[in-house]
Unconditional design. Structure first.
Length: 721
């Protein structure tokens, strides 16, 4: 390339830089910083290019350099039917995919056409490759409309005396950032940090970051866990003003408030929760009526009594959306003074509750109900194991109540599955950690009937309050009664038929016939799950089927709950840890008082927000489990484990280890002794010479080959026989 060509290319870079500058102007020092020019030779080239552009009246030079003419306007005012808006996702390789409602397929954007867009950003894209030929549409980013993240996470690296970069975590952003010394904020080389995007004026330059907090040294337990939160747009600490607001809430309940409510403080009310729980959302009371019916009371912490709408506390709870349960800690939705104190239904303390009372027949039919503000005084805090011991015959002063609740739960469970609920039962790993958070042991959480007991009572209450609003609409007798009584449902759409057909294809080669068509029903799915019950395939097929199901969401548009088989369902029972339950309580209280507190439009927006926050929380919880699984196996390299092939693809097989349920991959390059190819019909890797195959559900012995904490990946090798 000639000297003239090099200068011309540099001039194009400068004009692009000025055209994309948010302030339409840049100083010489800013241009040097953005382009990361360090040598005198590079800076001399810049000065020559600036002079040439100024002499040609392309730019003006005074205190700042400004682009003349209408280039920037022309860049931003493109009009075409092929221009769409959407949300940017970025693969591990740096390729962008714009997700939009207007097209069936995502728009693929190469790294050179992403401009300054990052993962999660809302962008305007021009379609450059036609989707009419059946291929995936291709596009180029024209404009970044809105940043999708407030902060990012990565590891600070010092590259020279005054130069720093941040190597971003792959889930956070696809590019590294540079940091000026003034913006390092006390961080040192090797620190895992949270940072904000300060400026990014050109895609060929690194974006500029400002570090906001230090999570710890990269690789430490705190840094690893807190970075998982940051990757998923979460922080652990509450803002100072929120903590101060919460601290001012009175701990004592005025007697007149208890008297205003239905006073249940003398009744036998109890809680059943995990052994390590502190945020007790729900309590039970139960008796058998003279007519033989059950009278069940589900008493829920009255969080809305303390959570004033639009207050700093309420806005923080809304932004968080949910509590997050990581392997070694809980990140609560509400400050601890509320979640574990004022609102928590601790034993032997007066508490304010919102209760759903249900009269239920011996066959499980709801006969009558009421929803009331109450005051309770829990007589007993049971763990699941303690409640199970009573169900199994152990004596206790509340044994009659616990056993009656168990009797009712069995009735409700039988009725629910008879009417079409799907019975997913996937194992959950639990880690025994030392004081530094290092996993010493992995055990599987044991599921006992006491869990079912609580679940069935909560499901019944959630179903009842949702049906209550439907009853209000019917009673109003008005044509547009749905608009008069907007509500916040927990909805679950029918599964994606193509995904279920994919499951059917995967299980067919192993002798399981599953018909996935437009007439799919919970009964058909249950029949599939029954076929693999108590076999090595049980958890694999459960997992495959679960991934094919639609995701449950929050919405004011009621489409029912496919998985549970309910026409009307809402979340009412956990307002300490779920904001949707707070909204449901406010709606119910409002309708009871003859007031409308939310519009359908507002609830639509809230549903999208709460559903997204829930998805992020689930991702964070899964990431923390995967992190501990990788840590656990990192110290066991070379050790042999029994497992089952849980997935097959062209580049290898996934193996889930028995008992500890860690999943890793045996790469096709590690399958020695033959050349293996992927057989799509069999969903197996098959050896060309030997015919040996690796197929879904096969039992297999593997050794731990390698682990990667940063990527949270486990690689296995075949164990020698």
């Amino acid at each position: 390339m000639s000297r003239k060509d090099r200068l011309s290319k540099f001039e194009d870079l400068i004009t692009d830089l000025l055209a994309n500058s948010p302030d339409d102007k840049l100083t010489r020092e800013q241009i040097i910083s953005v382009l990361r020019l360090e040598s005198n030779k590079e800076i001399k080239r810049l000065d020559k290019s600036l002079n040439r552009l100024a002499n040609k009246n392309v730019i003006s030079r005074k205190d700042n350099y400004v682009l003349l003419g209408d280039k920037k306007q022309n860049n931003n005012n493109r009009s075409s039917s092929d221009i769409i808006e959407g949300r940017m996702d970025v693969s591990a390789r740096g390729t962008g995919y714009v997700i939009t409602d207007s097209l069936e397929d995502d728009v693929k954007v190469t790294s050179r056409d992403m401009e300054t867009a990052l993962k999660g950003d809302r962008v305007r894209v021009k379609i450059t490759g036609s989707a009419k030929r059946g291929g995936q549409p291709k596009g180029k980013v024209l404009e970044m409309i809105e940043r999708g993240k407030d902060f990012y996470v990565g590891t600070l690296r010092k590259v020279s005396k005054e130069n720093y970069i941040i190597e971003t975590d792959s889930k956070s952003a696809h590019t590294n950032f540079f940091v000026l010394p003034d913006f390092v904020n006390g961080a040192t080389d090797g620190d895992k940090v949270v940072f904000k995007l300060e400026n990014w004026v050109h895609p060929k330059a690194l974006p500029e970051a400002r570090i906001t907090s230090i999570l710890g040294k990269s690789g430490s337990n705190d840094a690893n866990i807190l970075s998982i939160l940051a990757e998923n747009d979460m922080v652990a600490e509450f803002p100072k003003e929120v903590e101060e607001y919460a601290d001012q809430i009175p701990l004592e309940i005025p007697e007149e408030e208890c008297q205003r409510r239905r006073d249940l403080r003398s009744e036998n009310i109890f809680t059943i929760d995990p052994e390590d729980a502190k945020d007790f959302d729900d309590a039970l009371s139960i008796e058998r009526l003279d007519n033989g019916n059950y009278y069940l009371g589900v008493h829920i912490a009255d969080v809305t009594h303390y959570l004033t709408p639009k207050s700093a506390l309420d806005e923080e709870a809304y932004n968080r959306g949910t509590s997050v349960y990581l392997v070694d800690r809980v990140i609560p939705m509400l400050p601890e003074v509320l979640s574990n104190g004022v609102c928590s239904l601790r034993p032997n303390e007066d508490k304010l509750t919102y209760s759903c009372f249900m009269e239920i027949s011996p066959t499980g039919k709801l006969v009558d109900y009421s929803i009331e503000e109450t005051a309770i005084h829990s007589k007993q805090r049971f763990t699941y194991e303690e409640a199970q011991a009573i169900v199994d015959g152990k004596d206790h002063k509340l044994a009659d109540e616990v056993n009656l609740a168990a009797e009712l739960a069995k009735v409700l469970l039988t009725k629910r599955f008879k009417e079409g609920a799907i019975d997913f039962d996937n194992p959950e790993p639990k880690f025994v950690l030392d004081d530094e958070g290092t996993p010493l042991k992995v055990v599987v959480k044991k599921r006992i009937f006491a869990h079912r007991l609580i679940e069935e009572c909560m499901l019944m209450a959630n179903k009842t309050v949702a049906s209550h609003v439907e009853n209000l609409r019917k009673q109003s007798g008005k044509k547009r009664s749905k608009d008069l009584f907007p509500f916040f449902y927990r909805v679950h759409d029918k599964p994606d038929i193509e995904k279920l057909q994919g499951v059917a294809e995967q299980v067919k080669p192993i002798g399981i016939n599953f018909e996935a068509d437009d007439n799919i029903s919970p009964k058909k799915i249950n029949n599939l799950l029954k076929k693999v019950e108590n076999t090595s395939l049980e958890y694999i097929v459960n997992g495959l089927t679960l991934r094919a199901m639609a995701k449950a969401e929050y919405s004011p548009d009621n489409i029912g709950h496919f998985g549970l088989g309910f026409k009307h369902y809402a979340h009412f029972t956990s307002p300490i840890r779920r904001y949707p339950d707070v909204l449901v309580h406010r709606l119910l209280k409002g309708y009871n008082a003859g007031a409308k507190v939310y519009t359908h439009k507002q609830l639509k927006k809230d549903g999208e927000h709460c559903s997204e926050r829930e998805r992020l929380a689930v991702d964070a919880e899964r990431d923390s489990i995967k992190l501990k699984q990788v840590e656990f196996l990192s110290s066991r390299q070379g050790q042999v484990f029994d497992g089952v092939i849980s997935g097959v693809m062209e580049r290898g097989v996934f193996v889930t280890l028995n008992d500890i349920f860690c999943e890793g991959m045996v790469r096709i390059s590690d399958l020695k002794g033959d050349y293996y190819v992927y057989n799509a019909d069999r969903h197996a890797l098959v050896g060309r010479k030997s015919g040996k195959q690796f197929q879904l559900g096969d039992e297999i012995k593997v050794h731990v080959k390698s682990t990667d904490l940063e990527k949270r990946q486990i690689d296995f090798g075949l164990a020698r026989k």
